[in-house]
Design a protein around this ligand. Sequence first.
Ligand SMILES: [Zn+2]
Length: 152
Amino acid sequence: MNQIEQTPNGKDYFEPMHSAEHLINGAIARTLGCGRAFSTHIEKKKSKCDFRFHRNLTPEELTGIERTVNEQIASHADVRDEILTAAEAAARYNLSRLPEGATTVRIVHIGDFDSCPCIGAHVSNTAEIPPVRLISSDCADGVLRVRFKFVK
Ligand SMILES: [Zn+2]
């Protein structure tokens, strides 16, 4: 569950950066059909997500994903939680990253764009997320790594 790790610097960047990660995951999963990242590292200056995928993003895909994410940020979408039973959640979402034995699952919705199970801390509206830049991506051994940061 490395997506919920916090650094000693605390939440000042974590909540917006992690919330941006949700949007990037949603945009990449839609674009590539590869599912969400299996590993994520959230840091203040630069974060990264690793996906199981067989090739690198094209420049057009990278630009399109970045545009989609920034459109969602600019749309000032509300971020809300929904608590489901584990059975309800399992029917609708990929629960592979949840702890064994959980009886309820928190689903985090960002507007109507993205929904996924998560226990981390998030912004309450995408207006709190600065614009995002996808810095680079590469692919090796079936792992597509995408790096991103805030523009300012
Ligand atoms: Zn989250």
